[in-house]
Design a protein around this ligand. Structure first.
Ligand code: HEC
Ligand code: HEC
Length: 480
């Protein structure tokens, strides 16, 4: 019976007559190439990107000239993927574009740099990139641009080139600020967005000592419902109008007037995100255990995370997530600390008030809807819990350090704990990770860093769940 259902379901999916599936396909292909660079402004990190990176790769490859191009390509890809966390798929770096503008090649970050990622070896558009290191990408690019500027001092540069050079270097410098950027791969500092408000409203930089407010990049499926109850992990943004895509642009080098002209395109993009479907669990599921897990879920977790139903074609019916006060969920509060009365007053005075609005929610986080939870590890807004089994373990006993290298690859995926495979606590490998974490390695997660604690999400019923209950819950999560 089970197999029969799966058979018909997959027949249905293959037939592709389902409008939700074709809408999903259109949305992911549009998202893959989406960016809002206009008049040479936007999320631009450097003008002349192609020439600069080619030169640097050549420079890095100099030690072995006999290997020629292949080595240079390797050096480039290593820098892109390992150091900066960009995703390479079929020899293409995802979401990073060279946008031609007045005979220049402007290096632009598209949405897919952050909003596409890998899990269990699959590349998924609309999943967050688990490795993006925007702080390091920016500070490296800033250093490289300074060098490039010196090397090209004799080159004739147009007025536009000079303007883009100046703007994008200032942007890279801001993003790479050691005091405000992320300390770990896969986490994006919200201070990056906040800085725009300080700059345009008061003409100041983000005050020293402001929180970094790191968050993992969220998934997009279900966003069509979510945005109307609040944007971001904390619900701070009012998503009734074009909102977030716009905020990202503003954090770059864009002007408010240009953004105003792009509103229809931004609105269109935000609406399109509503069509994205969650990726199906790629391995076997034991339906009997899952059915037991569903019962436990509907007695405990559902109070915050809701219940899950599907349409007649087996596709998920999206619902709004519930916002939970910080006093209840008790997870890391660093992300919420930037929302000071002063900052809120800047939001009220921003130059695009009809679009960028504060949403009056109390400090807290959304209990996210849990469709395709399997792909979204590490869990919680700050990615501080490496698997569901760890999330169902007392906060003091959760893992503290783990390796972020190749996190999206199949060999790191653990079907039993639903998340990352980790070395045993106390093992040599674990101790090595601990040492690396303490010395500041950006590709090792440490729950000891600011904003990265794995506290909270522990409730009255949590202590009462047996090991079998937890396994049942995990099996159920694979089905939604
Ligand atoms: C530097 C990485 C980065 C880039 C580039 C980026 N985003 Fe995001 N995006 C994030 C992060 C991180 C969040 C979550 C912020 C939070 O919760 O505080 C987010 C949140 C969002 C949300 C809200 C999701 C929700 O659940 O409320 C939308 C919509 C969104 N981004 C759209 C876009 C679009 C469109 C683009 C391209 C113009 C883009 N983003 C580019 C990192 C990025
Ligand atoms: C009292 C409300 C509440 C209950 C009960 C609750 N959760 Fe949560 N859950 C939350 C909140 C709020 C968050 C987000 C916290 C954050 O990101 O800091 C969350 C986050 C999560 C996440 C992380 C999702 C992601 O994408 O990172 C998972 C998975 C999860 N919960 C599973 C469960 C399961 C399974 C249960 C039942 C055993 C449960 N929760 C019970 C409120 C709750």
């Amino acid at each position: 019976m089970k197999y029969l259902i799966i058979f018909f379901l997959s027949l249905n999916l293959c037939a592709n007559e389902n409008p939700r599936i074709s809408a999903h396909e259109e949305a992911v292909s549009a998202l893959a190439s989406l960016h809002f660079v206009k008049d040479g402004r936007g999320m631009t990190l450097t003008p002349d990107a192609v020439n600069m990176f080619d030169f640097m790769a050549k420079f890095l490859g100099l030690s072995k000239p006999s290997d020629g191009k292949a080595l240079r390509e390797k050096a480039k890809v290593g820098m892109f993927t390992k150091r900066w966390g960009l995703i390479e798929q079929d020899k293409i770096i995802k979401g990073f574009f060279n946008v031609p503008y007045k005979k220049m090649n402007i290096g632009a970050m598209g949405c897919a740099v952050c909003h596409s990622g890998k899990a269990a070896g699959q590349y998924i558009i609309g999943l967050g990139n688990k490795n993006i290191d925007i702080g390091r990408l920016a500070s490296d690019t800033y250093q490289a641009s300074k060098l490039w500027k010196k090397l090209t001092v004799l080159k004739r540069k147009s007025k536009d080139y000079k303007r883009i050079e100046k703007d994008s270097m200032a942007f890279a410098k801001r993003l790479g600020d050691q005091e405000l950027n992320n300390l770990t791969q896969g986490l994006v500092p919200i201070s990056m967005i906040m800085s725009w408000f300080y700059r345009v409203v008061e003409g100041t930089e983000t005050p020293k000592g402001s929180p970094r407010g790191v968050v993992k990049v969220p998934h997009f499926w279900g966003y069509g419902k979510k945005r109307f109850v609040g944007q971001f992990a904390d619900g701070f943004g009012n998503g009734t109008h074009a909102g977030w895509g716009l905020a990202v642009e503003l954090a770059g080098t864009q002007t408010a007037e240009n953004v105003r002209q792009m509103i229809p395109k931004i609105e269109h993009a935000e609406n399109m995100l509503a069509d994205i479907l969650p990726p199906k669990y790629p391995f076997k599921v034991n339906q009997i255990i899952a059915a037991r897990g569903k019962k436990i879920f509907n007695n405990t977790c559902f109070k915050c995370h809701g219940t899950y139903e599907r349409d007649q074609n087996g596709l998920p019916l999206y619902k709004e997530p519930k916002h939970i006060k910080i006093q209840v969920v008790k997870t890391d509060e660093d992300r919420l600390k930037g929302l000071t009365p002063h900052f809120l007053s800047l939001v009220d005075r921003n130059p695009l008030p009809e679009f960028i609005q504060n949403n009056d929610v109390p400090p807290g986080y959304f209990a996210p809807r849990l469709e395709s939870t399997w792909a979204r590890f590490p869990y919680l807004h700050n990615g501080s819990v490496p698997s569901i089994m760890a999330l169902l373990t007392h906060p003091l006993e959760r893992p503290k350090f783990w390796d972020l290298q190749r996190v999206g690859e199949k060999e790191r995926f653990n079907e039993e704990t639903l998340g990352l495979t980790l070395p045993k606590e106390g093992s040599r490998e674990y101790k090595k990770l601990e040492r690396e974490a303490k010395s500041g390695a950006r590709d090792v997660y440490s729950t000891e860093r600011v904003g990265q604690s794995s506290k909270g999400h522990w409730f009255r019923f949590s202590d009462k769940l047996s090991i079998q209950d937890k396994k049942d819950l995990i099996e159920y999560l694979k089905t939604i």
